[in-house]
Ligand binder design. Structure first.
Ligand SMILES: [Zn+2]
Length: 439
């Protein structure tokens, strides 16, 4: 009996050859999965003969299989903060987020939201994410336990925050270091989980706390056999935030210099937003191989500004797209791509649709140092994939009648797509989600 699982469908993923991005598309493709990993991908007609006639083939008609989305910056405790009215970043934090995050002192509440959050990610086709938790260790425990039960590849970390926040959310220099370290020892590289050291952003950490975060990062580097911990934080999101950082860290050249001087820059570090970077900041980010998560839906929702993807490309900075829930107003990476396209348009450039899907799949994996195991369908990668139903929306169905190539198909999906077209989601080759059929 064969242990192969065969999936026949249109299939698309991004590949890179010598740093050149290519769309690898099969109108009638076959994906071969065994033990939760990709074995082979190609044209159905060319591959099918190697399998015996009684091998079962799952055939998705009028569908497109793509890799699971990777969301490289978001906040699971803000699940119920989404769609909060009328604020910009700093008052939004005080008015909504800091109020909600205090509830995560309660493990039961954290567990409830972690499950709801993961449900929502999966139904939107997002199979890997890097999320902030709150400053409570139990918020991290709840998230990792829920993710582990579902066999998901996820990254999370305890927020480090020892000033400029409500007392109920503040840790201190020592507890933030030791609590984070205990969580790393318990969860990092356990099954599919990874830890990210998580100073919220420079204004809510004292210099002493950032120094401890840098020390911790240095204690868990990449080695030959082991992946080091990641680091996630925010940078250059809003003008008043940047002015505040200058006040709090007057000796620093600029915002990035704050992180850089506390040894928080580097190839395992992911900086959310980076909208208002100076040339010197781009330059220094490139020199340190620091990574970027752009958050278009959040930037528009909070009125924070327009990122500059061309500048990031010019400096060769590894960049991905992210939802930034709950500053972002949608879990759907289709919405994220759609808004990213419009931001590029306002900057006078076009975001190529293949690039957009790259930024939400393989580039997300690269930013999280996971492109050896997820992000596309190269052999031996983990079989986390999404089956899109191209007939699920009447408008998409009609629009696709005039589509003649993969670029146009992808552009249509990133503009018109949402969770309605996410028909099935597979984790390590196992179906974990089927959209309800409503007749
Ligand atoms: Zn954020």
């Amino acid at each position: 009996m064969s242990s192969y699982s065969l999936y026949r469908s249109s299939i698309f993923h991004c590949i890179e050859n010598a740093n050149t991005l290519e769309a690898d598309y099969y109108a009638d493709g076959l994906m071969v999965v065994q033990h939760g990993k990709i074995v082979e991908l190609g044209h159905y007609a060319q591959l099918i003969d190697q399998f015996s006639v009684d091998t079962r083939v799952t055939h998705f008609k009028d569908s497109l299989i793509i890799p699971g989305f990777v969301d490289s910056h978001l906040h699971y405790p803000q699940y119920r903060v989404i769609a909060s009215y009328g604020a910009t970043l700093l008052d939004w934090l005080n008015k909504y987020t800091f109020v909600e995050e205090q509830k995560f002192n309660d493990s039961d509440y954290a567990e409830e939201i972690a499950e709801l959050f993961l449900d929502e990610l999966i139904k939107n086709g997002t199979t890997t994410a890097m999320t902030f938790c709150t400053s409570h260790s139990q918020s991290v425990e709840a998230f990792f336990s829920a993710a582990q039960n579902r066999n998901l590849r996820m990254v999370a970390g305890k927020v480090m925050m020892d000033r400029n926040a409500p007392t109920g959310l503040c840790d201190d220099v020592n507890s933030s270091y030791f609590d984070s370290k205990a969580l790393i020892e318990k969860w990092h590289n356990k099954n599919r989980l990874s830890y990210a050291i998580t100073p919220r952003f420079a204004p809510t950490s004292t210099p002493e706390q950032l120094a401890q975060a840098g020390k911790l990062l240095a204690e868990y580097p990449n080695s030959q056999n082991t992946k080091g911990v990641l680091l996630q934080t925010h940078m250059n999101e809003a003008s008043d935030e940047i002015a505040w950082v200058q006040e709090l860290y007057p000796q620093s050249k600029h915002y990035f210099d704050v992180y850089d001087s506390y040894r928080l820059a580097g190839s395992n570090s992911v900086f959310g937003h980076c909208i208002h970077n100076t040339q010197d900041e781009y330059q220094r980010m490139a020199e340190t191989d620091s990574k970027v998560a752009l958050c278009p839906t959040s930037n528009l929702f909070l009125g924070s500004g327009l990122f500059d993807l061309d500048q990031l490309d010019y400096y060769g900075i590894t960049t991905s797209l992210a939802s930034d829930i709950g500053g972002g107003d949608s879990f759907s990476m289709f919405s994220v791509m759609n808004e990213a396209y419009k931001i590029c348009k306002l900057n006078g450039s076009n975001l190529d649709p293949v690039r957009a899907f790259y930024l939400t799949t393989l580039a997300g994996a690269k930013v999280l140092n996971m492109d050896d195991c997820i992000g596309n369908f190269e052999p031996n990668k983990e079989a986390d994939f999404v089956v899109l139903d191209l007939n699920a929306s009447e408008l998409i169905k009609q629009r696709l009648k005039s589509t003649t190539n993969i670029d146009d198909l992808l552009f249509c999906l990133m503009t018109l797509g949402d969770d309605r077209i996410v028909n099935q989601v597979y984790i390590l080759g196992q179906c974990v989600y089927k959209k309800m059929e409503i007749h």
